[in-house]
Design a protein around this ligand. Structure first.
Ligand code: LMR
Length: 398
């Protein structure tokens, strides 16, 4: 019956992570998947999350289906976190927001919606981007192309190249943008560049689709949402896929959201209705637990302050790991320039490591990095910097 079904070659991130789990070596180090680990190398259970969960455990009784669009308190809290509670688009009820199964679920619901209402639109992603962007938008039947983004020579965004590429696109095409902490490069636009880009997007009639999976890990939750808030302020219709996996350390709860900024509240009502229909076709409705925790934390001033403080500590720890790895690599390879590590932001950096070097690092040293050369600084610890740097230096010197 299934003899035509070909073997799955695996996912460049999740399959490598599975391989890491199965690796018996005690000295292995995992810089492949984008997760935050604390100074002890453990995935944290955040204090505010534990407190909210404990309080909820006392009241959680029956577990009815959530509405298709999810938990109402969660939806308004996430909207305020992304846009700011005072944003005009929010106060004018122009933002349709649905709870989704993580950021990937948000991208999928958005992709299905676009494939239905804008079937001729092509989706443009940065070169490079998170691999799953291709799978999700392509899987929804959309054609995916790439625009110039990363300049390996400088470790920065090739902003003129990006503008020139987007300038060529026909009106109505979708442009996928990483609002902060670009995955995989860590190279972000600055605020002046976002402003300029907003002008181009508006003039060309393009449809931006923001992916914000790392809010809080760049410069802080508000600064990281600057581009989204600015584009919406400029009256640009847009999509936002968000995730709480990293900033709440709630990976397995699959908590995300899809927001669509519309021209008016009637459009927003209709769009939300169609998002509900899309969700019903995919998985009917989202789960209860994680969204209740997040709503509780975001709506309680004390818990929210505690969460923000812990998140800030996480952000600063990742920055310290960047500096630590930069120092360690520079000391071991004096002729090489690792300054990109300190220029880039968020959980990732894009090294010049080749796929063959990534293989050697994994096989010989038990150091797991993506074959694209992406490393996750958020998974480094004080203790793993030296062995990771030793391994990378040895491979680079061959
Ligand atoms: C990553 O980029 O490593 C994370 O977003 C995890 C994933 O699902 O790929």
């Amino acid at each position: 019956m299934f003899k035509e079904v070909e073997a799955y070659p695996g996912d460049p991130i999740l399959t490598l992570n599975e391989q890491f789990g199965a690796d018996p070596r005690a000295n292995k180090i995992n810089l492949s998947i984008g997760v935050y680990l604390d100074a002890a190398g453990k995935m944290p259970a955040m204090r505010a999350v534990l407190q909210a969960e404990t309080a909820l455990a006392a009241v959680l009784g029956t577990r009815p289906y959530l509405p298709m669009e999810g938990n109402a308190a969660y939806r308004s809290a996430v909207r305020a976190l992304i846009f700011g509670a005072e944003h005009r688009a929010v106060s004018e009820s122009r933002v349709a927001t649905a709870q989704t199964l993580g950021g990937s679920g948000a991208l999928k619901v958005g992709a299905d919606f676009i494939a239905h209402y804008f079937p001729k639109a092509k989706v443009w992603v940065s070169d490079p981007t998170w691999d799953n962007h291709y799978s999700i938008f392509g899987g929804a039947g959309l054609t995916v192309g790439k625009y110039r983004y990363y300049d390996a020579a400088t470790g920065h965004v090739d902003f003129p190249g990006m503008l020139a590429a987007l300038e060529q696109l026909p009106a109505g095409d979708v442009v996928l943008l990483h609002a902060c902490c670009h995955n995989p490069t860590g190279a972000d636009l600055n605020q002046a560049q976002w402003r300029e880009l907003a002008g181009l997007i508006r003039r060309r009639g393009l449809l931006p689709f923001f992916d914000i999976a790392y809010q809080g890990f760049g410069e802080g939750p508000d600064a990281d949402a600057f581009a989204i808030r600015h584009f919406a302020e400029e009256g640009i219709a847009l999509f936002v896929a968000s995730s709480f996996s990293k900033n709440f350390s709630l990976y397995g709860e699959r908590c995300g959201s899809l927001s669509v900024v519309c021209d008016d509240s009637t459009q927003a009502t209709n769009v939300l209705g169609q998002l509900k229909a899309t969700i019903r076709r995919n998985y009917s409705s989202p789960p209860i637990h994680g969204a209740r925790i997040i709503a509780r934390v975001l709506d309680d001033a004390g818990l929210r302050a505690e969460w923000l403080a812990e998140l800030e500590g996480m952000r600063l720890r990742v920055k310290a790991m960047r500096t630590g790895l930069y120092d360690a690599l520079s000391a071991r390879c004096p002729g090489l320039d690792f300054s990109y590590l300190n220029k880039q932001t968020g959980m990732f950096s894009y090294t010049d490591l080749t796929a063959a070097e990534a293989d050697v690092l994994r096989q010989e040293f038990g150091l797991y990095v993506l074959s694209s050369g992406r490393i996750c600084l958020a998974a480094l610890t004080e203790g793993s910097i030296a062995p990771a740097a030793d391994a990378i230096a040895q491979v680079l010197k061959r």
